[in-house]
Design a protein around this ligand. Sequence first.
Ligand code: 13P
Length: 236
Amino acid sequence: MIIAANLKTNFTRKETNAYIAELDNFVKSNSVSQEVLVFPAPSSLDDNATDIVVGTQNAYPTKEGAFTGELGLVHLEEFSIKTILIGHSERRHIFGETQELLVKKFNFYKDLGFKIVYCVGEPLAKREAGKEEMMEYISAQYEGIDTEYENLIIAYEPVWAIGTGLTPTLEDIEDVHTALKEKSKAPLLYGGSVKVTNAKEVLSLNNVDGILVGSAALYAEHFCSMIQFAQEIENN
Ligand code: 13P
């Protein structure tokens, strides 16, 4: 399974390095065979020669150039980063990233062979509008995306579940995941208020191949427990 931490705008570089070292120690001392990904804040990227895969939360589709405030390929290459998060709801909704821009990013980093964690998910109004309208909304987020790309991972994150403590029911998560698996066979993660208290149940669902965790991942012990759950489920 794939257990991923999105650290968002938290942790300095020093704190991030300590965090990654703690995860790496856990993974090594417990012979964990799950894939563990961490997405630090952009200025906290560093050389991390560990078993933890470090990715960037964002980058512009460019090698370098005049794009104030953005990272380019050279900044990722400096730290051998080959993994990127694209389409997170905070990028879509707070920063207004359009599907067109996301497709450009996707294609640029796909051509470079990056592992891409591509996020989709509906706002509350779409969820409340019924399944058909909700699925239409989510389907539009697949437009222009190569769903057969070999290094693709998809994360289903309902916007209303992110950082709110609210989650869909387990049945609803399984239901949406089953529908999304029809669109792409890529590993499919669930994200949105995953905590140490619900991670095991979520990870046990059909068509859930892992989790993408925000706030709860900031506690290394909690995140390590989630890694352990995934390991136990796979060992059984
Ligand atoms: P929370 O786990 O804080 O709800 O955030 C989820 C998320 O956005 C992960 O990308």
